[in-house]
Design a protein around this ligand. Structure first.
Ligand code: ZN
Ligand code: FE
Length: 253
């Protein structure tokens, strides 16, 4: 199992330290800022060989330059189309590529919508979804449209084993679940998940990760063909239209 350490950054971001269990090789996913990531690496006596960026937004790449300076030879990987907007980028990946971290193979899924260069990195048991799939939600459509984002979320849902742990870019879970609870007041599973998330946050503990299986059950953006979600937004028959209506509601919530 891929060893993953959460590093809280900025107000609600997570960077992740990945360690391949076979070789100990280490990578950093989305260093939002350098300081907490460098401190976590030092505390664990880890020296990363690469940075994996899910997209170019500053709250995901803000620590790239400092990490590249601290670790000469560090590879900085992001989607090919993000070259020029990801600081210190050395490597370009595209959909279907695989990135090796020691004995762990990470698949690259190009999942445009939040941004056009958004990617998810997925091992057999962990996925790093950035601002595409959140626990209980999805990212805003800054560069893509509803059809694009819907297809990207479906791609993640279909490509990964349901037991995969989902590590997303932000700690938005409790608020996302409050939105779903308001949308579907009779959904007991959502109420339970909200209570769990609020309990964790009250103790200052992360809600991340959760399994893809949980997301398929709870996250309405992955249930655009669910009659309960169709009824809640008053649109039915076309999952992309349901998705668009849902995203608009979430934006205005
Ligand atoms: Zn973003
Ligand atoms: Fe973000």
């Amino acid at each position: 199992m891929l060893d993953v350490t959460l590093v809280p950054c900025l107000s609600d971001n997570y960077a992740y330290l990945l360690r391949d269990p076979a070789t100990g090789e280490c990578a950093v996913v989305d260093p939002s800022e350098a300081e907490p990531v460098l401190a976590a690496l030092a505390a664990m006596q880890l020296r990363p060989t690469m940075v994996l960026n899910t997209h170019h937004h500053h709250d995901h790449v803000g620590g790239n330059e400092a990490l590249a300076a601290a670790f000469p030879g560090l590879r900085v990987i992001a989607h090919a189309s993000d070259q020029g907007r990801v600081p210190a980028q050395t490597g370009a990946v595209a959909d279907g590529d695989r990135v090796a971290l020691g004995g762990t193979s990470l698949r690259v899924l190009h999942v445009p919508g939040h941004t056009l260069g958004a990617v998810t990195y997925a091992s057999d048991d962990a996925a790093f979804t950035g601002d595409t799939l959140f626990l209980g939600g999805c990212g805003r459509l800054f560069e893509g449209d509803a059809a694009m984002m819907y297809a990207s979320l479906q791609r993640i849902a279909e490509a990964l084993d349901p037991a995969t742990r989902v590590f997303c870019g932000h700690e938005y879970t409790a608020n996302n679940l409050r939105f779903i609870a308001a949308l579907e007041p009779d959904n007991a599973a959502v109420r339970d998940a909200l209570a769990d998330a609020e309990r964790l946050r009250a103790d200052d503990r992360p809600t991340v990760p959760k399994s893809l299986r949980d997301e398929l059950r709870l996250n309405p953006f992955l249930r655009c063909d669910d009659p309960a979600v169709e009824a809640a937004v008053g649109v039915s028959g076309d999952p992309v239209a349901v998705f668009a209506a849902l995203r608009a509601r979430r934006n205005n919530w």
